[in-house]
Design a protein. Structure first.
Length: 565
């Protein structure tokens, strides 16, 4: 965060470069908390920038060409200041507040108060009498009330403090260190500047009990030398400090590494603000991606548990057939309202079996209930086993992605771009453009995912951008239709006959042969699909393909993770 000394340096730059200039345009980006006044002065166009972003607040004066605000947000005007001339600039004491005095040919004089106090900063438009007429950010106020800045903390102004006051303050108050003394009792200083003063005075290893009057004199003189840099700055330096990026008009001896040099302090401050914001956005995106992968892993693990539970029930399907047959044999003994019935077990003579009933159901309904569970178990056992295998493979794949993200995030996001696109919320990560996926996504009965291309050019993208070489590719034979890609949970996965038939049926549905009874569909590994040079969209050549005759079938449901229209 900028100190009052930084604001003092900016005010000096405004005095040299903007006073006498005319405001030609203004921009306020409410969502991004950024405002700009573009001023034409001395045959150049400058920008006075105000950033109130929680992760990159600051004020600076830079060439207008240096302002590149990448956002879709339409800017609002900063009041109606176009045409006004900046006649004077004034900093309120040694505070992070300064006032631009403006004059318009027909509208009179105005004052623009700039509270450069970080994320809570604001701008106020005052009339000649110093009464509030408007505010940049939404605040409760009564038009016409006088502007009252917040009181400064009870600290000393280093530009106005004589040596005896300096000594008295040091001796009369208790301090844990010289750095704490400077940081707590002088306006405009922060911990970094306080430490720099102590280091430059060669007192960084001295305790308060050890220093003598000569040491105090050297500390006082060094304080004056350091703060003078903010009035004489000709360059700016951006430092990577333990708490983040910080800009100063001189090289810090106490910095842990060499700085990056800029032509002006304002340019260094602008770069620091933008990079802090970008770093936080990257950190937020990384956190969002990792959370999305972790949620997907947890969801799939719950699915594994549920499938395993269903599999255990399905594996016992023969038992349900026997219970249904026993109820059928004793049909006349079953009456509505019964919760259970005890019967002789004809399969194990001499033993009895107790069978639970639904008291609200009829005898026929209770019998059908057990036969239905038997059919479901018999038909679903193989299907559930396959789902369990696929889901476990998907868990392993996602755990590998999670490990790769933790090891090398940038490389992993490139390597697994398609997989991550399906996991991320569509508006969760900021992108330069809203991404339109070229495919629709469906789920087979076994849990496998398939991508169905939308049209010619989308077919090409689906096949060559979103399918891995080892995945299975489908298309109707000698008939126009969508490219269909069966996603594999891993490289060694081999689709079953049932999965191939089901995916081929969907490929036939998304073709011009949808209304035919039987349709030939070819399939092969994606690695054997190639795009001829200058071929029309969707046209490809295929090698090592196999063919299957299927009935076109509409997919049961579109996956919620699929692409947007």
């Amino acid at each position: 965060m900028q100190t009052a000394l930084h604001i003092r340096a900016v005010v000096g730059q405004i005095q040299r470069e903007l006073v006498g200039g005319q405001i030609v345009s203004t921009e306020f980006y409410k969502k991004d908390r950024a405002a700009y006044l573009f001023v034409k002065a001395h045959k150049s166009r400058q920008a006075l920038g105000f950033l109130y972003h929680p992760h990159g607040a600051g004020v600076f004066v830079v060439p207008a060409s240096k302002v590149r605000h990448e956002t879709r947000e339409k800017p609002w005007p900063v009041f109606k200041l176009e045409g006004a001339v900046i006649t004077r600039v004034q900093q309120l004491e040694l505070d992070r507040i300064f006032i631009l005095h403006l004059e318009e040919r027909d509208a009179g004089r105005w004052e623009l108060v700039c509270e450069a106090i970080g994320p809570n900063g604001n701008m106020w438009l005052l009339d000649e009498a110093g009464e509030i007429q408007a505010t940049l950010r939404k605040r409760d106020f009564t038009p016409g009330q006088p502007y009252r800045p917040a009181e400064l903390p009870p600290k000393l102004n280093p530009f106005q403090t004589d040596f005896e006051t300096f000594v008295t303050t040091l001796r009369e108050r208790e301090h844990s260190s010289l750095v704490a003394f400077l940081d707590r009792h002088f306006l405009g200083l922060n911990t970094t500047l306080a430490k720099e003063i102590v280091v430059r005075a060669d007192l960084d290893f001295a305790s308060l009990d050890e220093i003598d009057r000569h040491d105090v004199e050297r500390l006082y003189e060094t304080l004056g030398d350091v703060i003078a840099h903010f009035d004489q700055s000709e360059a700016g330096y951006l430092f990577s400090m333990p708490k983040g990026l910080e800009a100063y008009p001189f090289k810090l001896k106490s910095a842990p590494s060499d700085p990056e040099k800029f032509k002006t302090l304002s340019l260094a401050m602008q770069a620091g603000c933008e990079r802090r914001q970008h770093h936080v956005e990257q950190s937020d995106e990384r956190k969002l991606v990792m959370q999305a992968v972790d949620r997907a892993i947890k969801r799939l693990k719950r699915r594994v548990e549920n499938i395993a539970s269903d599999l255990a029930l399905a594996a016992d399907y023969e038992r349900y057939r026997k219970l249904g047959e026993l109820l059928q044999i004793n049909f006349d003994r079953i009456h509505r309202g019964m919760e259970s019935i005890e019967l002789d077990d004809v399969y194990l003579p001499g033993r009895k079996v107790s069978i639970r009933l639904d008291p609200a159901a009829s005898a026929a309904e209770n019998v059908e209930h057990y036969f239905r569970r038997y059919r479901k178990g018999r038909e679903g056992l193989e299907l559930l086993s396959r789902r369990l295998e696929i889901t476990r493979d998907e868990v392993n794949q996602l755990e590998q992605i999670a490990a790769a993200l933790r090891n090398d995030y940038e490389r992993a996001t490139e390597q697994y771009a398609a997989e991550l696109d399906n996991l991320l919320p569509k508006e969760g990560v900021r992108r330069e453009q809203a991404q339109r996926l070229p495919y629709r996504e469906y789920t087979l009965s076994t849990g496998l995912t398939i991508f169905v291309g939308r049209d010619g050019s989308d077919n090409d993208r689906t096949t060559f951008e979103y399918a891995r070489p080892y995945e299975t590719w489908f298309h109707t034979q000698q008939c126009a239709g969508s490219h269909v890609v069966m996603k594999h949970p891993n490289r060694s996965f081999a689709p079953s006959r049932q999965e191939i038939t089901e995916a081929a049926s969907i490929a036939a549905w998304f073709s011009k042969a949808r209304n035919d009874t039987l349709v030939p569909v070819i399939y092969t590994e994606r690695r054997y699909v190639r795009k001829p040079r200058k071929a029309k969209p969707g046209l490809v050549t295929v090698e090592r393909e196999k063919s299957i005759m299927v009935e076109p079938r509409e997919p049961v449901r579109e996956s919620t993770a699929g692409g947007n229209e």
